[in-house]
Design a protein around this ligand. Structure first.
Ligand code: PLP
Length: 407
C-alpha cells in the first residue's frame, strides 16, 4: 500500500491511464484548432470533437447539438443560470434553488439577485432531499428557472429529479441540474430525469481538469441562452473560445469507461463504504452520519431487495462529537479527506451544506467527508479506519470539549 491514501474523490479524481492514452495524440500530432476549416489539421481536430460530442450526447440520452463544451462545471453552471435568466427576463424574474447547492450555483444566484432577480433558496430535509411539493409551492407565475443538483458533493444525497422535473414541466418552468457528482456514477439521462439543462465536468470521472459541458435541450422546449463568454461564436454562438480538443477527447473516453463499469464499480464502492462505516462506528464512539442513511447490501455490494440508492456509492460523511475537524485533518497526514468547514478569506465557517440540513455547527466542524474511488482498496479502507480511530482518540484525550461527547 502506498501512502498517502487518497479518499477525496469528490474534490477531483486522477486521470485514468486509458483516458490519458486517448488524449495524447491531440497534444502533439493532431493539434489543430477545431475551428480551422481550411486544412487537415483543423478537420482532424473537428472530427475528434464531433466523435466526443456524439459519445457524450449518447451518455446523457441527448443529441449532439444539445452539447456545449465549456471549461468545467463552474462555467456550465454560470452559462445555464445566468444564460437562461438573462434571456428569459421578459418572461419572469424568479429562480428557485436549494441551500445545499454547490457554490457555483449559489453564487450565480447571488449574482442574479444583484441584477434584480428574486431567488428562493429551499431548505432540504435532513437527508438533503428536496420534496417536489416544496418546489411546487415555491413556483410563482414569475418563475423562469429551477436549479437542483443530481447528487450532493458533501453528503452524497441523490435527488429524485424526475418528480421535480415533472412539476417544472407542468408549469412551463425550465429545470437545470448540476449533475457533476452523479454523472458517470449513478444512472442518469436527461429524458427520464426531465431536465432541460445539465452541467457535467470531466475531472470528477477520471478525466482531465478544465473541461466540462452543458446539456441544453433543443426541443420540447427549445432552450435559449444569453452567452456569458463572447467572441468567435463557437458552439453555435453559445460559448466562444477555442475548444480544448485533448480535454474533450479525454472527457468522452472517461464517460465511456465510467458508464461501462458503473454496475460493478458501484457495488464495489458500496461494499468498501460499508466497511469504512462499520470500521469507524465499531471503533469510535460518538459518531453521527450526515446525509441519507446507508443502504442495506446484498452479496458483493449489490443493493438488498427493496433498497434504493439515495446516496452516492463512494460517499461517507461522519461527525466525531467533541473533535475539531481541522485538528483531525491535520493529524490524518497519510489519509487525504476533507472536513466540514470552509476556509473563507476572513474566517473558518461550517459547511453550508451541513448547516442547511440542520447539523449544529460544532458537529459540522467535527465532520469528515470520505470520497472513495476507482483505485481505493480494502487495505486502504482498513488503514483509514485505524488512523482515524487513533487520531480521534488522541484528540479527545487532549480536548477540553471531551465532556460534550455524545453517542
Ligand atoms: N458542482 C459540483 C457539485 C461540484 O462538486 C463541483 C466541483 O467542485 C463543481 C460544480 C465545479 O466543477 P469544476 O471544478 O469543473 O468547475
Amino acid at each position: 500500500m502506498k501512502l498517502p491514501i487518497y479518499l477525496d474523490h469528490h474534490a477531483t479524481t486522477p486521470v485514468d491511464p486509458r483516458v490519458l492514452e486517448a488524449m495524447i495524440p491531440y497534444f502533439t500530432q493532431s493539434f489543430g484548432n477545431a475551428a480551422s476549416r481550411q486544412h487537415v489539421f483543423g478537420w482532424e481536430a473537428e472530427a475528434a470533437v464531433d466523435a466526443a460530442r456524439a459519445s457524450l450526447a449518447q451518455a446523457l440520452g441527448a443529441s449532439e447539438k444539445e452539447i456545449v463544451f465549456t471549461s468545467g462545471a463552474t462555467e456550465s453552471d454560470n452559462l445555464a443560470i445566468l444564460g437562461v435568466a438573462r434571456l428569459y427576463r421578459e418572461k419572469g424574474d424568479h429562480v428557485v434553488t436549494a441551500a445545499t447547492e454547490h457554490r457555483a450555483v449559489l453564487d450565480c444566484c447571488r449574482a442574479l439577485e444583484s441584477e434584480g432577480f428574486r431567488v428562493t433558496f429551499l431548505a432540504p430535509r435532513k437527508t438533503g432531499e428536496v420534496a417536489p411539493e416544496q418546489v411546487r409551492e415555491a413556483l410563482t407565475d414569475r418563475t423562469i428557472l429551477v436549479s437542483l443538483m443530481l447528487a450532493n458533493n458533501e453528503i452524497g444525497t441523490i435527488q429524485r429529479l424526475s418528480a421535480i422535473g415533472e412539476v417544472c414541466r407542468e408549469r412551463g418552468v425550465l429545470f437545470h441540474t448540476d449533475a457533476v457528482q452523479g454523472f458517470g456514477k449513478i444512472p442518469f439521462d436527461v429524458e427520464s430525469s426531465r431536465v432541460d439543462l445539465a452541467s457535467i465536468t470531466a475531472h470528477k470521472i477520471y478525466g482531465p481538469k478544465g473541461v466540462g459541458a452543458l446539456y441544453v435541450r433543443a426541443r420540447n422546449p427549445r432552450v435559449r441562452l444569453a452567452p456569458v463568454l463572447h467572441g468567435g461564436g463557437h458552439e453555435g454562438g453559445r460559448r466562444s473560445g477555442t475548444l480544448n480538443v485533448p480535454g474533450i477527447v479525454g472527457f468522452a473516453r472517461a464517460a465511456e469507461i465510467a458508464l461501462a463499469e458503473m454496475p460493478e464499480e458501484s457495488a464495489r464502492l458500496r461494499a468498501l463504504r460499508e466497511r469504512l462505516n462499520d470500521g469507524i462506528t465499531g471503533r469510535v464512539e460518538g459518531t453521527s452520519l450526515n446525509g441519507p442513511p446507508l443502504p442495506r447490501l446484498a452479496d458483493g455490494g449489490a443493493l438488498a431487495p427493496g433498497e434504493e440508492e439515495r446516496r452516492l456509492p463512494g460517499n461517507l460523511n461522519v461527525s466525531f462529537a467533541g473533535v475539531d475537524g481541522e485538528a483531525l485533518l491535520a493529524s490524518l497526514k497519510d489519509v487525504a479527506v476533507s472536513s466540514g468547514s470552509a476556509c473563507t478569506s476572513a474566517s473558518l465557517e461550517p459547511s453550508h451544506v451541513l448547516a442547511a440540513i440542520g447539523v449544529p455547527a460544532p458537529l459540522a466542524f467535527a465532520s469528515l467527508r470520505f470520497g472513495l474511488g476507482r483505485w481505493t482498496t480494502a487495505e486502504e479502507i482498513d488503514f483509514a479506519v485505524a488512523t482515524t480511530a487513533q487520531a480521534v482518540a488522541r484528540l479527545r484525550e487532549n480536548s477540553p470539549l471531551a465532556h460534550t461527547r455524545s453517542r
